[in-house]
Design a protein around this ligand. Structure first.
Ligand SMILES: [Fe+2]
Ligand SMILES: [Fe+2]
Length: 359
């Protein structure tokens, strides 16, 4: 089986991949720390304090350590992986370590830059969790001799500036979709242990509860500031929902071998993740995308075909390759715009914000 991911053959390749700034690669963010400092969570104080108490309890303190069986299983796994699966799995690990570390860097910067005690405390806890997650993935990359230089990445990767409200929409979604992705994989491999081709997946259940709680934190911040969920901001919410879903869909469809190895089909897996994320995000967003609309499904497929054509054009190079890349960019933007204009489903927000990770 062929794979669409760029091969990673050395630690330098892994770091270069983590550093890359493309439409599909995880980004690093910076923001307006002064505005962040003025965020007030008083309207959700009771739920907030209960959440902070959970962070203080730190029930995953002992989780991100590799046991003896891990090393053994990882060694066996490395020997067994087919070349296509190996490349897709490496691509998965590098993009995961980048997005985990992206959270760590952002939350650490916010913690250092604000004196608002609520935010400072929260950001410290979330940075603690993300640094464990990133370190844990990186140790699996190191088994392949492909560890990413995270300190170097922090210095060299480009940062995208987002206003605080965009940070809230984007990180809320990436935390919740992260939860949905990890739990869907965990449940699948729980049912089919013979499909678990690497021990890291055994860690996903307790791991994704951290991501769920991080998402809860942003849900409370947004619900404490309801103007961020009304009026023209609904257009931004719609934009971020679509951008996050479309990016995931296109990226996952470049990894057919990895999903197949787990007994999953990339499309079914992604729609399961969309469904979970839609169900959760009703706690905070007044609208969800209509993921069952035939035009939505067709548009997502079209984005994948355009991404594949853009890759082929890039590989071809020259004037024709360049012209084809421009045509793909235009077609991609038009498809995204059509998806954006599809009808959405609106609903009222529940009184109680917090949810349990029940999937
Ligand atoms: Fe994480
Ligand atoms: Fe997280």
């Amino acid at each position: 089986m062929t794979t669409a991911v760029t091969p990673i053959a050395s630690a330098e390749d892994a770091t270069r991949k983590a550093e890359a700034s493309t439409l599909l690669s995880p980004r690093f963010y910076t923001t307006d720390f002064g505005a962040m400092n003025r965020i007030d969570v008083a309207p959700v104080r009771a739920e907030w304090d209960a959440m902070i108490a959970e962070y203080e309890g730190d029930n995953n303190q002992d989780h991100f350590q590799r046991d003896a069986a891990f090393a053994e299983e990882a060694r066996e796994s490395l020997a067994r992986l087919s070349p296509a699966l190996r490349q897709e799995f490496l691509d998965f690990l590098v993009s995961s370590v980048t997005s985990e570390f992206s959270g760590c860097v952002l939350y650490t910067e916010i913690r250092k830059s604000v004196d608002n005690p609520d935010l400072k405390k929260l950001m410290g806890f979330m940075a603690r969790d993300e640094s464990r997650h990133a370190g844990f993935i990186n140790s699996s990359l190191k088994d392949f001799g492909l560890g990413v230089d995270l300190g170097g990445l922090k210095r060299t990767k480009r940062y995208t500036y987002f206003k605080p409200k965009y940070i809230f929409y984007a990180t809320y979604l990436s935390e919740k979709i992260g939860y949905a992705r990890y739990i869907t994989i965990f449940r699948q491999l729980e049912r089919h242990p013979d499909r678990r081709f690497h021990p890291i997946f055994r860690w996903f259940e307790r791991w994704c509860n951290d991501e769920f709680r991080h998402g809860e934190s942003f849900a409370l911040i947004l619900r404490a500031n309801p103007h961020l969920l009304e009026g023209a901001n609904k257009l931004w919410i719609r934009f971020f929902l679509l951008a996050v879903y479309a990016t995931m869909y296109v990226r996952d469809h470049m990894r057919p071998a990895m999903h197949e190895a787990m007994g999953l089909n990339s499309t079914d897996y992604d729609y399961r993740v969309f469904q979970i994320t839609n169900d959760i995000s009703r706690q905070v967003f007044p609208l969800t995308l209509d993921i069952d609309h035939p035009a939505f499904r067709a548009g997502m497929e079209r984005l994948c075909r355009i991404a594949a054509a853009a890759d082929a054009a890039k590989a071809r190079g020259g004037v024709i390759g360049q012209a084809r890349r421009i045509a793909c960019a235009v077609a991609g933007a038009a498809t995204f715009a059509r998806l954006y204009l599809l009808p959405t489903k609106s609903h009222a927000l529940p009184e109680q914000v917090r949810m349990a990770p029940a999937w």
